[in-house]
Design a protein around this ligand. Sequence first.
Ligand SMILES: *[C@@H]1O[C@H](CO)[C@@H](O)[C@H](O)[C@H]1NC(C)=O
Ligand SMILES: *[C@@H]1O[C@H](CO)[C@@H](O)[C@H](O)[C@H]1NC(C)=O
Ligand SMILES: *[C@@H]1O[C@H](CO)[C@@H](O)[C@H](O)[C@H]1NC(C)=O
Ligand SMILES: *[C@@H]1O[C@H](CO)[C@@H](O)[C@H](O)[C@H]1NC(C)=O
Ligand SMILES: *[C@@H]1O[C@H](CO)[C@@H](O)[C@H](O)[C@H]1NC(C)=O
Ligand SMILES: *[C@@H]1O[C@H](CO)[C@@H](O)[C@H](O)[C@H]1NC(C)=O
Ligand SMILES: *[C@@H]1O[C@H](CO)[C@@H](O)[C@H](O)[C@H]1NC(C)=O
Length: 829
Amino acid sequence: MIHQGKVRIFSLLILSHYAMKFCIGGDVITASEYIRDSGSIISSGGLYRLGFFSPNGTTNRYVGIWHNKIPAYNVFWVANREKPVLDSSGVMTISDDGNLVIMNGKKDVLWSSNVYTSGANTKAQLSDTGNLILFKQSSNMTDDKEMVWESFRNMSDAFMAKMKLSTNVRTKEKQVLTSWKSPSDPSIGSFSISLEPLNIPEIFLWNSTTLYWRSGPWNGKVFIGVPQMESVYLDGFSLVDDKEGYVYVTYNFAEVSYLSYFFVRSNGELLQPFWDEKYKHWRIDWSTKESACNVYGKCGPFGFCDDKKSPICSCLRGFEPKKVEEWRRGNWSSGCTQRSLLQCDRIKNDSTKAGKMDGFVRLENVKVPNYAIWSSTLEDQCREQCLSNCSCAAYAYDAGVGCMYWRGDLIDVLKFSYGGTTLYVRVAHTELGGKRDLRAIIATAVVVATFLFSIGTFFAWKKSKKQGGKDREQFSEVSSENVLGENLSKVNLQDLVLYKLEELAAATSNFSDTNKLGEGGFGAVYRGILLNGKEIAVKRLSRASGQGLQEFINEMVVISKVQHRNLVRLFGCCVERDEKLLVYEFMPNKGLDAFLFDSLKRQQLDWRRRFNIIDGICRGLLYLHRDSRLRIIHRDLKTSNILLDEELNPRISDFGTARIFGGKEDQANTIRVVGTYGYMAPEYAMEGRFSEKSDVFSFGVLLLEIVSGRQNNSFIEEDQSLSLLGLAWKYWEEDNVLALVDPQISVRSFEVEIVRCINVALLCTQELAQDRPTISTVISMINNEIVCLPSPNKPAFTERQTTTDTGSSRQSQKKYSANNVTLTALEGR
Ligand SMILES: *[C@@H]1O[C@H](CO)[C@@H](O)[C@H](O)[C@H]1NC(C)=O
Ligand SMILES: *[C@@H]1O[C@H](CO)[C@@H](O)[C@H](O)[C@H]1NC(C)=O
Ligand SMILES: *[C@@H]1O[C@H](CO)[C@@H](O)[C@H](O)[C@H]1NC(C)=O
Ligand SMILES: *[C@@H]1O[C@H](CO)[C@@H](O)[C@H](O)[C@H]1NC(C)=O
Ligand SMILES: *[C@@H]1O[C@H](CO)[C@@H](O)[C@H](O)[C@H]1NC(C)=O
Ligand SMILES: *[C@@H]1O[C@H](CO)[C@@H](O)[C@H](O)[C@H]1NC(C)=O
Ligand SMILES: *[C@@H]1O[C@H](CO)[C@@H](O)[C@H](O)[C@H]1NC(C)=O
């Protein structure tokens, strides 16, 4: 939040009664309707006010524009920054030459809009966007107004909605935002912000002429060095090339009432406050001071900044400090240097000693270095192109930008906790040795796959001879669905880190019980801490479980392909001796079930949070179903498979049972039903048919659980024979759905939204798959883009399923609700 005391935009300007009385009240300034120190003008919609003010700590008078309706005001624009009026004698008026001017009592002109107006009749008007515009009134007495000057073109330190921060590509003329000198002095300070359209457009924050912060390249939607932009500003920002030499960046909030802007403080901090109407104060959405790593080039060339580490600077892998002594003292400016000669250099020195090819170290979630060079190369050739050019030091691929590569020093690389880009840094082959040769794992995986595949074929063959037993059913799926043969070729195992068994054993105190987070049919999950301090969750497949191996490969295949903020991240794996382990990011807040079904923790989940979780699950699912190039059906959505990060954002986990579809398939049959009772769509539970719509069904159940705070499988006090679905339907028919809502939620202000969610949940859980909406429709529905929702048909499974029912089915469910990572136990085969 912005404390009054913290921001330079300080103090309340308490307009005195005196000032109020002398308000002109209009929105124009002309030669006859000028304003005195005590007066002001207000934009026609009442949003902005222009008048005289004094910053905190000085009695100097300046003319500024601030928000009219907000008591704790921020000044967005100041006219006479360099020359204040020293007493209360100032006026703002139109001078004889048609310019807007500020004069003191002695009629000295302290500031002028300073444009050529050809002596025309002009007037200034304050618009409802906060822009002060000087118009030429046409002499032929029509309503035509020609703009000759505007405050949006002569910005102070604030970048407001609809402003255009532009740069002329030809003349290099730039519009800049400039900070104040100090909180009490609006004159031009040392920090400025400009749009640099060279190569790939980017926003730079300068300390005089030294680069102080950069936004990272523009990718068509966001600046990729500002991960926070992903969620908040996606719709708002645009970069425009006006084809007349100007390139500008501008933004606009979809919601008109959302009051927020960017500004640069006199200390060089760039931040985004927004007005919280509920609590009546400015809150900070985002600031460059959030991380010490944001200072440009903090760790020098080839340095790597991670503010979660101490010290924050280290060298990129394969590099070592240039000046060890200075580095040790915490002076990182000299940066790092390559530890081993690259192949090109080796050849240069002695052409017979080429040795092995260089490779790349993969860095995830980073801000890419400065001075990216754009290449039209496609994704799959980006790597090859970099490898084949001796001067290429690193490359990265962003779907929006395309292929980027770097020459020379890599500077300003820093680690984000989420978002950012994956960067590949070139190193000598010998530097890759630390982790086991990737080819070894691929070989292992291929052997495993071939092995499984042959078993599969063997059993399939056997099955055709004899009549099937349960084990055979299970294996025959391997060949009939051809999970491995097909998918393994798709997996890009190089994207995964290979961990050593000792490393993981050390991280988890030798897989001790105290570190165990949970246990399921495939094995146990442990919490671990790597040597570098990174927390991980390790899933160790039990040696005995033959079926686990398939899930292992499957999970690796699926998850190595998907990356989304609402999906849990796989860091890597380990296949050593007969051990198979998967390493994930650690989610401190465990599963959604641990919150939702815990009477204490549940209180943390107010409706806003719950809605955020619902929305996040939808977006993760949409990504699986539609966005990622392969279509993925999760098949086991449930509360315990939704993990929560520190901010209670949801991440879908456990892809052990997920299925990948090729381009055109959209439904499949399986002999092997995996999933969890209570969440399974009828066609899947009964006939083994699954599709996106079976995931939608599970999502519907989940949605009801989130809204009601009850488990689908738990007893409903009111009516023991009804499942949660049945109860929801009952209330729906009685037109009393709010009775279903968790009493923890204060319904009043969100009633419409909650009813809407229940309606959507019922649409999702309809008996017939074709009646259920797709997940993208669901998103439109819950976000009110589809206003009129259809009425649902009666859902499936309205009667309670008891444990004895499931006993006779192909599987029963075990829950490990207290676990961070949960597994679905497969039993009773
Ligand atoms: C403004 O000045 C007062 C009195 O000196 C001080 O208490 C207050 O913190 C100042 N506010 C800001 C924003 O500097
Ligand atoms: C009025 O003058 C403006 C230029 O000042 C011109 O563009 C416009 O066509 C004129 N309108 C009429 C009706 O003459
Ligand atoms: C903006 O105003 C300053 C003086 O306050 C002036 O020096 C500068 O040239 C103006 N810039 C533009 C683009 O008009
Ligand atoms: C900005 O640069 C000046 C010198 O050019 C330096 O003294 C000052 O510390 C810098 N400010 C910050 C915040 O780094
Ligand atoms: C840090 O290192 C740079 C270059 O090696 C040197 O010029 C500078 O004086 C050092 N700064 C400090 C504070 O030691
Ligand atoms: C080139 O080879 C010579 C002799 O083998 C060696 O002394 C020198 O350090 C090498 N140069 C580089 C840049 O490695
Ligand atoms: C290597 O990259 C440099 C710098 O971009 C470029 O000038 C050169 O043509 C490239 N060489 C090859 C062989 O592609």
